[in-house]
Design a protein around this ligand. Structure first.
Ligand SMILES: Nc1ncnc2c1ncn2[C@@H]1O[C@H](COP(=O)(O)OP(=O)(O)OP(=O)(O)O)[C@@H](O)[C@H]1O
Ligand SMILES: [Mg+2]
Length: 252
């Protein structure tokens, strides 16, 4: 079916349970190629769980997740993960690898030439605002939390995967750097036509980055739409998030 070419990821009535308790339930939605879908929701609402269902770190208890039209359970896991860059909430850098080796990890696994890897690593460190001359040789424990997060972003971009999952990647940044990197990332995402699923609990961040916003509440996706549609949503949880925006403005 031609319209399927436009769909990168599809959730078909997905529930994921642990110890007989659903962490997410009845997820039904699609992620279009080239869009930036922001999953917004308060802590514990199921955002990270939804991400882990996409790259098959979790297997649906019922329903299925299709990546490029094929259920994640039928994908070769290594092939699937190479197509999906993943920035996890805690950055997940290898502590005994330098910044350069961490960022160059996937290109190394893919057998790129050392010179090519170095060029790519330096390019990405520039991109995330870390001068390579200064940072390439450092170890993760020699960085601040925000610098570690930027290395995590560079690593996920390194092998140019078509899909990126980003789980609160900018949480540890100061507000100025954060806004800069959000705007830079949005530009990059649009220029490269990347499909991005971005998790945040910050509604302002959602508005900077999203082509569509998905609002999670209690393990369910309760609203999915453009920013305008989100602004008009009458769901109590969207109203609660919008109230946070308004109260910020009112206090200025
Ligand atoms: N492996 C697990 N086993 C059991 N329960 C889990 C597991 N992982 C997460 N949970 C629970 O599932 C719910 C959803 O968790 P999830 O990590 O998806 O939330 P989140 O929206 O990412 O929250 P946060 O913004 O705090 O990161 C939470 O109640 C959490 O305690
Ligand atoms: Mg989370």
């Amino acid at each position: 079916m031609p319209e399927n070419h436009q769909i990168a990821v599809e959730f078909r009535d997905v529930t994921f349970s642990r110890n007989h308790r659903p962490l997410v339930s009845h997820l039904n939605f699609s992620i279009r190629q080239g869009e930036a879908l922001v999953l917004l929701g308060r802590s514990g609402s199921g955002k990270t769980t939804t991400m882990k269902l996409i790259n098959h770190l979790f297997t649906p208890t019922t329903g299925e997740v299709l990546f490029d039209g094929i259920p994640t359970t039928q994908w070769d896991e290594i092939k699937l993960r190479r197509r999906i860059g993943y920035v996890i909430q805690e950055t997940g850098l290898f502590p005994h690898f330098t910044v350069e080796r961490n960022v160059g990890l996937v290109p190394t696994l893919e057998g790129w030439k050392p010179k090519q890897i170095k060029t790519r690593v330096y390019e990405l460190l520039h991109l995330v605002g870390l001068a390579p001359e200064q940072f390439a040789g450092r170890y993760p424990h020699e960085l601040s939390g925000g610098q570690r997060q930027r290395v995590g972003v560079a690593r996920a971009l390194a092998a140019d995967p078509p899909v990126l999952l980003m789980d609160e990647p900018f949480g540890a940044l100061d507000p100025i750097t954060r806004l800069e990197i959000q705007q830079e990332f949005r530009r990059l995402q649009q220029d490269l036509g990347k499909t991005v699923v971005f998790v945040t609990h910050d509604i302002q961040e959602a508005f900077v980055l999203a082509s569509r916003i998905g609002l999670m509440y209690g393990g369910e996706l309760v609203v999915l739409g453009t920013k305008d549609e989100f602004m008009r949503s009458q769901h109590p949880e969207s109203l609660a998030f919008l109230e946070c925006l308004h109260s910020l403005q009112d206090n200025l």
